[in-house]
Design a protein. Structure first.
Length: 400
């Protein structure tokens, strides 16, 4: 009688050849091309920024540590919560809008190495986290579609249009590092690890709800579709622990703000004061209509950009082999959250940056290119374009 092979769950993908467990040293060597490629792309962006800043007589490095949200994080690290700004229109911007993990790490690192200061500590944390994020993105891509696709996925993430934020003292790299490795943990059935990483993500950015949803929905689907006796009870117990752990970071900060302000909805009120509320996309639609009123071509350009975004999301959903359920749920929820908020339009591409699975169709297509020069040319052009846009954004007046 022929031997029956175990079939992996439908929500997961079987590991690609060469992606099996290995020692840390071997794992680092396996991921080295992705990490080196990512570093090369980001150094290109920083070089373009510094050269442009020098030509225009501006301080390029200060733009990475001393503008916008990074200043708020540094103030929290130095003085704790309790600061706010009253705007001329009467609205109050409170530092409670910012989650605590990055400033806590900035405070700890600057205490250990005083010469760094909080600004230097924030930049170092962001840069180190970007490497960890690139490694996690590579790990997910390599497990699903092979090593070459994983390398290209990590490098393309470094060439994302708003990838200059990855080189700033912001939370995007820290959050993406935690999210990517949490997704990898789910794909490899390490549920408690995924839950712990999700706790960290929930203390970093509010979009952690996408990761919480990915873990919860995947566990529920796994239980619903499991065949009787196919999985040991201990696997279900670990899943339950991971699912219970996942929301604790995000919830703990929401509760902290509620207790501090003596209002159960205080965090959401704080965000509303920053004009960050869920409006179902009304603000976004109004912005598009406004652009049509100013310039028809600008409105058409925005519509084309959204059409491209929705097409890429559709490619992710329909990709063969299929992207696993946790990856799809995480990606789609991040995109949806980025679109249905009332915040500043220019920040939306940055808010979508943690949705790295959006780049999987492109990474897989480039990995399968017959001419080896094609991926190099595409990545090179993308890196230069990203670097030029980053220099323009950072040296200009608009927020990222």
């Amino acid at each position: 009688m022929p031997e029956t092979k175990a079939v992996p769950p439908s929500w997961a993908a079987a590991p690609q050849p060469g992606s099996a467990s290995r020692s840390p040293a071997n794992a680092l060597r396996y991921a080295a091309p992705a990490l080196l490629g990512y570093v090369a792309v980001r150094l290109t962006g920083i070089a373009i920024l510094l050269i442009t800043a020098s030509v225009t007589g501006k301080d390029g490095m200060h733009r990475l540590t001393g503008r916008w949200d990074s200043v708020w994080y540094q103030r929290i690290a130095e003085h704790g919560y309790g600061y706010g700004v009253r705007l001329p229109d009467g609205t109050f911007h409170s530092d409670l809008a910012f989650f605590p993990l990055l400033p806590a790490l900035e405070r700890g690192l600057s205490a250990l190495f005083p010469p760094l200061g909080t600004a230097g500590a924030g930049l170092l944390i962001s840069w180190l986290a970007s490497l960890v994020a690139a490694g996690g993105i590579f790990a997910v891509g390599a497990r699903l579609y092979g090593r070459r696709a994983g390398i290209l996925l990590a490098v393309l993430w470094g060439a994302y249009p708003t990838a200059f934020v990855q080189s700033m003292a912001y939370t995007e790299t820290l959050f993406t590092a935690l999210a990517a490795w949490a997704l990898y943990a789910v794909l490899t059935d390490r549920w408690i690890t995924a839950g712990v990483l999700c706790v960290g993500a929930g203390l970093t950015r509010p979009v952690a709800v996408a990761l919480i949803a990915a873990i919860g929905v995947t566990a529920m689907w796994r239980l619903v579709t499991a065949r009787g006796g196919d999985e040991p009870l201990r696997t279900h117990r670990r899943m339950a622990v991971g699912v219970c752990l996942a929301p604790l970071g995000w919830l703990s900060y929401i509760v902290f703000v509620a207790v501090r302000e003596r209002n159960p909805f205080a965090y959401f009120d704080v965000q509303a004061a920053w004009n960050n509320r869920i409006d179902g996309g009304a603000a976004l639609a109004a912005f598009v209509v406004e652009q049509f009123g100013r310039n028809v071509f600008a409105g058409l350009g925005l519509c084309a950009a959204f059409a491209l975004l929705f097409w890429v999301v559709w490619l992710c959903v329909r990709q063969r082999p299929r992207q696993p359920l946790p990856v799809i749920v995480y990606c789609v929820v991040v995109v949806v959250i980025s679109l249905i908020g009332s915040g500043y339009f220019g920040s939306r591409p940055r808010l979508m940056m943690p949705a790295f699975p959006l780049l999987l169709p492109a990474a897989v297509a480039l990995a399968g290119a017959r001419r080896r020069m094609v991926p190099a040319v595409v990545v090179g052009v993308a890196a230069l374009a990203s670097g030029v846009y980053g220099a323009f954004a950072l040296l200009g007046s608009g927020p990222p």
